[in-house]
Structure formats: structure tokens, C-alpha cells
Design a protein around this ligand. Structure first.
Ligand SMILES: Cc1cc2nc3c(=O)[nH]c(=O)nc-3n(C[C@H](O)[C@H](O)[C@H](O)COP(=O)(O)O)c2cc1C
Length: 169
């Protein structure tokens, strides 16, 4: 799929068939994530691939907006290393760029995905850190539910001319 077509037609997919995501597809997504831009090119991201149903169910128990995770083929927890990227704002931006790459790549290869936010909600980051044994310096930014979609969504045109400012506000 052409990159612009992927950007313009991507939607959050929250219904999944339950069919597993292949190792090859998963590597494609993680390679796409790793190509994201990052401040000072620090590449502070780490990815935890979660296929274990019990772990996915555990996340769905405490995350009110991640109930779809157990039905997804897998979850990818995207974390940032705060030693590598000391400015938290940049760390979050870097990991967010990686997450967006995962969403677009998933859509491009015919998978469905949805970004479930974690940082800065302590009620979400703390249980994730405990569940996956994250070191102190590792901040979980988001978890992406990825799988074979069981819903189709029309593209949403959000281009709003009133938000475009030319030369100055
Ligand atoms: C930082 C962030 C956190 C989000 N968290 C959740 C979430 O916890 N659960 C969820 O179902 N969707 C979540 N989303 C997805 C948004 O709800 C979705 O992108 C938005 O409604 C626009 O719909 P679309 O992705 O289909 O274009 C999140 C998106 C972002 C950028």
C-alpha cells in the first residue's frame, strides 16, 4: 500500500478475529517502529511483545480502554529508556512516533491495530511496570493491540482548513 493511502485510510481497529499474528508480520511491525525519528537520534524505545493470553487479560483488567487486547493476536508494549532520553517530553514523542509507525505498518500489511495509552497515567504505567518487571528507568508509553481485524471502518477526513495558519497565527 502506498504510504499516503495508508495514512489517509488508517483507523483504530478494536475487534479482532483472534487469529495469531505471524512472526514475519510481527518483525515487519517492529522494524517499522524502529525506523521512527527520535530526538538526537537516541532511539530510546524498547518493545515487549505479549502473546500470552493471561498477560493480555491482566492488562485488560486494569486498563478501562484496552478491553480488546485479549482478542488481539498480540500486544506490543512500547517503552522508553529514560537514561538514553533524559527529557521525558522527547522520550514520549520518540515512542509515539514508533507507535504511529506500528499502526501504519499494520494497516499497510492488512492487519488491524489500536494504540492504548499508558503514560502519563500512573494508574496504568505502575501495573504495567509490575506485570512485566520493568527496570526503574523504563517508562511504558503505550500498548498497541495488533491482530487480524474483524471490523472495517471508513476513512475519516479530518482536514480542517480553520486549523491551518499561513506564515503566522
Ligand atoms: C495517546 C493516545 C492514547 C489512546 N488510547 C486509547 C485507548 O486506551 N483505547 C482505545 O481504544 N483507543 C485509544 N486511542 C485511539 C484513539 O481513540 C483513536 O485514535 C481516535 O479515536 C481516532 O480514531 P482513529 O484512530 O480510528 O482514526 C488512543 C490514541 C492516542 C493517540
Amino acid at each position: 500500500m502506498d504510504v499516503l493511502q495508508a495514512i489517509l485510510t488508517r483507523r483504530s481497529i478494536r475487534r479482532f478475529t483472534g487469529q495469531p499474528v505471524s512472526e514475519g508480520d510481527l518483525e515487519t511491525l517492529l522494524r517499522a517502529a524502529s525506523q521512527a525519528p527520535s530526538a538526537h537520534n537516541r532511539q530510546p524505545w524498547h518493545f515487549i511483545v505479549v502473546r500470552d493470553k493471561k498477560s493480555l487479560e491482566s492488562i485488560a483488567e486494569f486498563h478501562p480502554y484496552a478491553k480488546m487486547l485479549p482478542r488481539a493476536g498480540c500486544g506490543i508494549v512500547v517503552c522508553g529508556d529514560s537514561v538514553l532520553q533524559k527529557c521525558t517530553g522527547f522520550l514520549v514523542a520518540d515512542c509515539s512516533a514508533a507507535i504511529q509507525n506500528i499502526l501504519l505498518a499494520a494497516h499497510g500489511i492488512g492487519l488491524g491495530a489500536v494504540w492504548c495509552g499508558l503514560y502519563p497515567r500512573e494508574g496504568l504505567t505502575r501495573p504495567i511496570s509490575e506485570l512485566f518487571g520493568l527496570p526503574e528507568n523504563i517508562i511504558p508509553v503505550g500498548v498497541v493491540a495488533v491482530g487480524h481485524g474483524d471490523e472495517q471502518k471508513d476513512p475519516a477526513d479530518r482536514y480542517d482548513k480553520s486549523k491551518i495558519h499561513t506564515e503566522r497565527w
